[in-house]
Each structure stands twice: as structure tokens, then as C-alpha cells.
Ligand binder design. Structure first.
Ligand code: PNS
Length: 158
């Protein structure tokens, strides 16, 4: 495989995302981690902050690029000459939404494959939403996010 896109909200990036990036990097020559701009969904971190946190948090991975995109994923994928989209599949609860997205993306561009990767067992229950909730309530998030993300969360939440 040549180029794969790993799209998401990444608000913020957590260890589960990083695990997927590392797994994907073993399969692809070039992996583009792409923060989706969603004007309807205001997150905790700005798009620029999310991109910056991914750049700071993800260890040196061969062929890695970090960026953001606006509009349809399939259009971004075409512009980047991507062969596939990578998504992490954590639990049965993810399946319906992921399956729907994969089939919609295929109906928009039949040449774009979706590849699901299974994250490590330690990150199977992680989500940005839950990490934010735990951080907001003063819980320890050391095991769930890199230090730079933990610091950014603490700062953001005051
Ligand atoms: O981390 P998330 O929020 O589960 O990621 C969802 C994301 C960003 C991958 C998805 O919403 C997406 O691809 N958005 C871009 C707009 C688009 O192409 N929508 C149609 C996808 S079926």
C-alpha cells in the first residue's frame, strides 16, 4: 500500500489514536493524519491546536504527515492520491457508524478502500470524549494521553 489517510476529530489525540498510527505506519509508505474541520461541531481544541498536539505527541513515525481538511474526505483523499482510509475499530458499538461511513465513502469513490485496524487492548475503551470528561472531573489521565496532551488539557480546563 502506498498512501493512507487517517481522518478524525482528534479533540484531542489520545494513546489509542497513536497506537493506530503506529500500526498503520507498518502497512503504508505514507500516512496522512488528517483533522477534519467540522463547522457544525465546536470542539474543545481549535483545529490548529489539534494538528499541533498530534505533531508534538506522535513519536517519529516513518512517512507521517499531519494536516487538516475541509469538506468531503473522498475529495481530500483524491487530492492526496490516497489508496485507503484507516480507521480504528474499538468495539461493537463503533461498528454501525464505521460501516455506514465506509460504505458511504465507497459509494462516493469506489476506488477508496477503508481499512479497519484493531487498537491495543489498553486503548480499546479510550475516546477523546471520555478522556476530556475524566480530565474535567480531576481524574488521572496519565495512562491515556501523552504528557503534552495532558498538559494542554489541564491548561484548557483551567
Ligand atoms: O473522529 P471522528 O469524529 O469519529 O471522525 C469522523 C470523520 C472526521 C472521519 C468523518 O466525520 C469525516 O470523514 N468527515 C469529513 C466529511 C465527510 O466526508 N463526511 C462524509 C463521511 S461518510
Amino acid at each position: 500500500m502506498k498512501t493512507a489517510i487517517y481522518p478524525g476529530s482528534f479533540d484531542p489525540v489520545h494513546n489509542g489514536h497513536i497506537d493506530v498510527i503506529e500500526r498503520a505506519s507498518k502497512l503504508c509508505d505514507r500516512i496522512i493524519v488528517a483533522v477534519a474541520v467540522n463547522s457544525a461541531k465546536s470542539g474543545l481544541f481549535s483545529m490548529e491546536e489539534r494538528v499541533e498536539l498530534i505533531r508534538l505527541a506522535v513519536p517519529d513515525v516513518k512517512g507521517l504527515e499531519v494536516t487538516s481538511f475541509d469538506g468531503l474526505l473522498v475529495d481530500f483523499a483524491r487530492r492526496e492520491n490516497a489508496d485507503a482510509v484507516i480507521r480504528g475499530l474499538r468495539a461493537v458499538s463503533d461498528f454501525e457508524y464505521e460501516f455506514q461511513m465506509a460504505l458511504m465513502n465507497r459509494s462516493l469513490d469506489e476506488n477508496l478502500e477503508t481499512i479497519f485496524l484493531v487498537p491495543s487492548q489498553e486503548s480499546i475503551y479510550l475516546s477523546s470524549r471520555i478522556v476530556k470528561e475524566v480530565a474535567n472531573l480531576g481524574g488521572n489521565i496519565d495512562r491515556f494521553v501523552p504528557a503534552v496532551v495532558r498538559e494542554a488539557l489541564i491548561k484548557k480546563m483551567g
